[in-house]
Design a protein around this ligand. Structure first.
Ligand code: COI
Length: 361
């Protein structure tokens, strides 16, 4: 694997400080982008080349570019946090880099070296450091590395040219209205991914496939759709863009990775953070019937969603065909909020990073 150098070509006209500050005061999610981006090309026979940090700008694409037709695309999401001393660190970028390689293998794309992935993110955050929101609030700088097939042509085959990019976007709460319990529609007919498919790869197609079910969830008055497995339509998998955790008193349980569930970095980190706080944590299969029964008999005390964008978001109302129930009385649960604070304290540099998860720039 070649490890390309990344040439710095910064913008002569970054956004004025006053305009940037106005955005940072209320960034929302994924609506504003920083002054720069990183691009690296891959060509068959040559490998990775022409790494550049350049002003953020549209990328011209021929209408016959492969990705526009056959969706050979993968992406990642990770965040940079401002620490109490003003410095900046990212959370477990090596995990995102490795997942990016796994996604690349699944979509027959070239693997980017882990060190190049991390360097590209580092350079962009260093260049656009003023875009990292102040320490102490909910906000952070969301990084979106992604790769597209850029070969021009309509043949269905792995492309012979690719473009890797990293863009960055200041981010507040993913769900409008801050940290509030979200409502879930458990879809018993639509599925997100199938065994042997690409549900464990982070690729746009999985998110495109989720949109109709998400619209149906919205029509049911819910914020998010929850998918069940594609074979038995029984086992809880994940939400449209985040993993799920069930809280049974002092134990937290997340659905076992099935090959059609995305292996979330937040999901994985919480298995450890929970143990640090004295809770038990485990991966297990949870059926939708068990979810309903345990919520109704009171043994299932809380449920929450987790992901890089969503952080930890409590679940309130749950609906399925013919039934509806409320988790934790519709309030954010105590264990949910304790885990949330503990994870954010590590990410924001408020407590010792005993697992070596933070990557300082
Ligand atoms: C993330 O949490 O980073 C995601 O990728 C979820 C969503 C915004 C697509």
């Amino acid at each position: 694997m070649t490890t390309p150098t990344i040439e710095l070509k910064p913008s002569a006209h970054p956004l004025a400080a006053a305009e940037r500050e106005a955005i940072l005061a209320s960034p929302g999610f994924g609506r504003h982008f920083t002054d720069h981006m990183v691009t690296i090309k891959w060509t068959e026979g040559r490998g990775w080349h022409d790494g550049q940090l350049v002003p953020y700008a549209p990328i011209p694409l021929d209408p016959a570019t492969n990705v526009l037709h056959y969706a050979q695309e993968i992406f990642e999401g990770l965040k940079a946090y401002r620490r109490p001393d003003g410095s900046v660190a990212t959370f477990r970028p090596d995990q995102n880099a490795k997942r990016f390689q796994r996604s690349a293998r699944r979509l027959a794309m070239p693997e980017l070296p882990v060190e190049t992935f991390i360097e590209a993110c580092d350079l962009l955050v260093q260049q656009d450091k003023d875009w990292v929101p102040a320490h102490g609030g909910e906000e952070s700088l969301y990084l979106r590395p992604f790769m597209i097939a850029t070969e021009v042509g309509l043949g269905v085959k792995p492309a012979n040219e690719y473009l890797f990019l990293v863009i960055a976007s200041p981010a507040g709460a993913y769900f409008p209205g801050g940290v509030r319990p979200v409502s879930i529609w458990a879809s018993e007919d639509r599925v997100r991914a199938v065994p042997g498919g690409m549900g464990d790869a982070k690729t746009g197609g999985n998110y495109a496939a989720s949109l109709l079910a998400q619209a149906e969830a919205a029509a049911q008055g819910c914020d998010q759709v929850c998918y069940l497995d594609a074979v038995e339509h029984k086992w809880v998998e994940e939400l449209g863009g985040m993993n799920l955790y069930f809280v049974y008193g002092d134990k937290i349980v997340t659905p076992t990775l099935s090959g059609s569930i995305l292996e979330g970095v937040t999901r994985d980190s919480l298995l450890t953070v929970a143990r640090d706080l004295g809770y038990e944590s485990e991966e297990a299969r949870v059926s939708i019937d068990q979810w309903q029964r345990d919520a109704e008999n009171g043994t299932l005390t809380e449920v929450f969603a987790c992901g890089t964008a969503a952080v930890i978001t409590p679940v309130g109302t749950v609906k399925r065909d013919g039934a509806e129930w409320l988790q934790s009385g519709g309030e954010p649960g105590e264990v949910t909020m304790r885990l949330r604070e503990a994870l954010l304290d590590i990410q924001r540099g408020k407590v010792a990073d005993k697992h070596g998860w933070m990557h300082e720039l």
